[in-house]
Design a protein around this ligand. Structure first.
Ligand SMILES: NC(=O)C1=CN([C@@H]2O[C@H](COP(=O)(O)OP(=O)(O)OC[C@H]3O[C@@H](n4cnc5c(N)ncnc54)[C@H](O)[C@@H]3O)[C@@H](O)[C@H]2O)C=CC1
Ligand SMILES: O=C([O-])CC(=O)C(=O)O
Length: 344
């Protein structure tokens, strides 16, 4: 009994801490694909975030249950769950994308199919391109001012798809469309910390390019550590193909979900902090003139209106330059494929 009370007290204390840490502003976050492998833990983390006052979960299945479940967590945010229509939790209005998106400050999109072993991210294009297109059409209609954060793969193509959809609707604002590449940074930080015996929280690797294989380029020359050539090659390639490592280990059951939920939550929380005036720099895949690729991931300063400044790239080491040269044709091809999908 004593133990039970103690447990209850510490849960309440945790909840109180969450309340007292609440951000002064109110922010609505919509998660599209919220019943999926990424969507559920991402929604959980958003429900715990003091930056979020309203969490709106949308999927083609399961979101009334996900939302009812999350709503019992004693944090300040409210939670709703909607299906395309007309089911929602709690029962009100018509559910659907309109209710999910109206008033959203940030829309995070992990909707779409994940890889199985043997597939590339580009193999997901045929299915995920139309899912992203439809959902971003909804954003253009119901929350044109929101920051849209795309997780669905292939990110190198789905972000250009989203841009074209928004342009067609006359609602494109390049400051408010981003591809989430935070998981690449998480992996790079973890692998460096492990190899150098550091605490990962003290490491912040810049990862540039895109989000697929060799288009992912971690700039380890900037972390102030000494690597042998073999070590450098090993952690570079492991970062580029970290997704494949998880796909292989899951053996047909999908790709990274928990680490991606963590990365998506860090990214989203940073965007929200920036919206209420905290200076935030994080890597993201955005429309960019740093290179001759129309979209490029690099450190970006976020502010109240989304992307505030794309920071200069700085010098690459000769090793990084080699990868950069190899990456660019691939990245540009994947961007063009996304653009062509909408204009065709
Ligand atoms: N950017 C990144 O770093 C990463 C991206 N991904 C990508 O994220 C996506 C999702 O992965 P998982 O969550 O593991 O897949 P999942 O299959 O577990 O979940 C996807 C969810 O999307 C929903 N969905 C499908 N069509 C939809 C639509 N039209 N509207 C709303 N929801 C819809 C499904 O019902 C499902 O609940 C995949 O494309 C995957 O490749 C995964 C890991 C990292
Ligand atoms: O590898 C995949 O298919 C999922 C993904 O984008 C990642 O884990 O980085």
């Amino acid at each position: 009994m004593f133990v039970k009370n103690l447990a209850a007290r510490s849960i309440n204390a945790a909840a109180r801490r969450a309340y007292s840490a609440s951000a002064p502003s109110s922010a609505k976050v919509a998660v599209l694909g919220a019943a999926g492998g990424i969507g559920q833990p991402l929604s959980l983390l958003c429900k715990l975030s003091p930056e979020v006052s309203e969490l709106s979960c949308y999927d083609i299945v399961g979101t009334p249950g996900v939302a009812a479940d999350l709503s019992h967590i004693p944090t300040k945010s409210s939670t709703t769950g909607s299906l395309p229509s007309p089911v929602s939790w709690p029962l009100r209005g018509n559910g659907g994308l309109e209710e999910t998106l109206s008033g959203a400050d940030v829309v995070v999109i992990p909707a779409g199919v994940p890889r199985k072993p043997g597939m590339t991210r580009d193999d997901l294009f045929n299915t995920n391109a139309s899912i992203v297109k439809t959902l971003v059409e909804g954003c253009a209609e119901f929350c044109p001012e929101a920051v849209i954060a795309i997780i669905s793969n292939p990110v190198n193509s789905t972000v250009p798809i989203a841009a074209e959809v928004l342009k067609k609707a006359g609602k494109y604002n390049p400051k408010k469309l981003v591809g989430v590449t935070t998981l690449d940074v998480c992996r790079a930080n973890t692998f460096v910390a492990n190899s150098q015996g550091l605490d990962p929280k003290d490491v912040d690797v810049t990862v540039i390019g895109g989000h697929a294989g060799i288009t992912i380029l971690p700039l380890f020359s900037r972390v102030g550590a000494k690597f042998s050539d073999e070590e450098l090659e090993a952690i570079t390639v492991r970062t580029q193909f970290g997704g494949d490592e998880v796909v292989a280990a899951k053996a047909g059951a999908g790709s990274a979900t928990l680490s991606m939920a963590y990365a998506g939550y860090i990214f989203t929380e940073n965007v929200l902090k920036a919206m209420r005036g905290e200076g935030v720099v994080q890597c993201a895949f955005v429309e960019s003139d740093l290179t001759d690729a129309e979209f490029f991931a690099s450190p970006v300063r976020f502010g109240p209106n989304g992307v505030e400044e794309i920071l200069p790239l700085g010098d690459l080491s000769p090793y990084e330059q080699q990868w950069f040269d190899k990456m660019m044709p691939e990245l540009k091809k994947q961007i063009a494929k996304g653009k062509d999908f909408v204009s065709a």
